[in-house]
Design a protein around this ligand. Structure first.
Ligand code: C6P
Length: 404
């Protein structure tokens, strides 16, 4: 049973006031809030078994190592990866993409082609541009339409035997569009290209099955999934992770070091140089337990209800335009009101306790496509309510009156 009142009790921050008003937190796409189950896990780690891992023979170190590896295995189960060593702990989505982009240079030559979608976060554009600069590879873009959907016929035309890698988000952070990644992956594989999917915005809402998707790389951040900041996951197929050179050198990623030659550790350690975010990794596991205790399908269903409710109410505001109108959407609404700067709306609604994001959302090409400087973005999580949406709508109306 999805009990919203009980769920809200798990999030201490939802009880606080902002500017004298109850907090209405609609910036979940930037970072989600943290339930007490995850906060307790963090407190427990630092109170009871804080130690470095994979190094010590002492009990505390072994306890921390066991918990960290258990968390890795939980993440493996959640993503349905076949092997836990295909799960690499990272500091987040950005780190995961950079790790792959850095190593992928070894497989590229001048004139090879990479394909990106038009609706990417800068994290899934800039590392590849840097890679193209280094290797002479060419970056091609899958265009999108007015609804914020990828034009798949253009994608098919871009693919050819020179395509080496396709990277695309599962869900757009600025538009909420759920991209047809199954088809994107299959078409790329047909020409022998690998695929990296940026799951930063998908994993808060659904459980990706990396084996069923047959995806080569899948990345996500814990802090968008009720976990802490500074930790994330890179799933990679074993064959790819074995081929990919390490990203950083240092402790724990080696088999043997001499001044003449260093050999690398087996997976996953080859990609985990230095002391990792141990507490973060364990708390990521606790966040996954928490999400699963509610149920990803239940989460998705409630968020869809919130999306429909909010879309209808916001559309009634005169001059308001929503960007991202695909039928396949998660609970993100990006909008503008004619003649009003998004930043001004964001500032006024904040005075009324409502947290939204304004600006280009690190997705400038999307803003360029719509010829706008930015949008107001309200993004809902499963712990939000329809009453909170009423507060948002009233606050936006008030802002509109003040600014018109
Ligand atoms: N988007 C947003 O407000 P990091 O910062 O590494 O955890 O995630 C980067 C990232 C990558 N891809 C997508 C699709 C994302 O949405 C994000 C983060 C936040 O939309 C902060 S800019």
């Amino acid at each position: 049973m999805f009990d919203i009142n009980k769920i809200r009790e798990d999030f201490p921050i939802l009880k606080r006031k902002v500017n004298g008003y109850p907090l209405v937190y609609f910036d979940n796409a930037a970072t989600s809030q943290t339930p007490k189950q995850v906060i307790d896990c963090i407190v427990d780690y630092y109170s009871n078994y804080n130690a470095n891992i994979h190094r010590g023979v002492h009990s505390l170190s072994q306890e921390a190592t066991d918990k960290y590896e258990q968390a890795r295995n939980k993440i493996r189960g959640h993503f349905n990866a076949a092997r836990s060593y295909e799960i690499i702990f990272t500091s987040g989505t950005t780190h995961g993409i950079n790790l792959v982009a850095n190593g992928f240079g070894s497989f590229l030559k001048e004139g090879d082609e990479l394909i990106v979608s038009a609706m990417e976060h800068h994290s899934n554009i800039v590392p590849w541009q840097m890679l193209c600069e280094r290797t002479g590879a060419i970056l091609k873009v899958i265009p999108m339409d007015e609804n914020g959907e990828l034009i798949m016929s253009s994608y098919k035309e871009l693919l050819n035997e020179n395509t080496k890698l396709v990277f695309c988000n599962h869900i757009s952070n600025a538009l909420g569009t759920v991209n047809p990644i199954e088809e994107i992956i299959q078409l790329a594989h047909n020409v022998g290209a690998a695929v990296l999917i940026d799951g930063a915005q998908a994993c808060p809402h659904l459980k990706p099955d990396v084996q069923k998707l047959d995806v080569d790389f899948y990345v996500a951040s814990a802090h968008k999934m009720c976990g802490p900041t500074g930790v994330g996951v890179l799933y990679g197929k074993e064959e790819w992770l074995n081929k990919l050179p390490p990203y950083q050198g240092g402790g724990e990623m080696i088999a043997e070091v001499t001044f003449e030659k260093t050999t690398y550790a087996d997976l996953p350690h080859k990609f985990e140089a230095g002391t990792p975010n141990i507490c973060g990794g364990i708390a990521f596991g606790a966040a996954i337990d928490y999400l699963n205790s509610i149920g990803m399908e239940e989460i998705m269903a409630w968020e869809h209800e919130l999306l429909e409710y909010a879309t209808k109410a916001l559309e009634e505001i005169e001059g308001l335009r929503i960007y991202g109108t695909s039928k396949h959407k998660t609970s993100v609404i990006s909008f503008n009101i004619e003649g009003v700067h998004p930043y001004d709306i964001g500032t006024i609604v904040d005075k009324l306790g409502v947290a939204v994001r304004t600006g280009h959302h690190c997705a400038q090409p999307i803003m360029d496509y719509f010829k706008i400087p930015g949008t107001v973005r309200a993004s809902f999580a499963f712990y939000n309510t329809k009453e909170e949406i009423d507060v948002l709508v009233a606050a936006v109306k008030k802002a509109h009156l003040m600014l018109a």
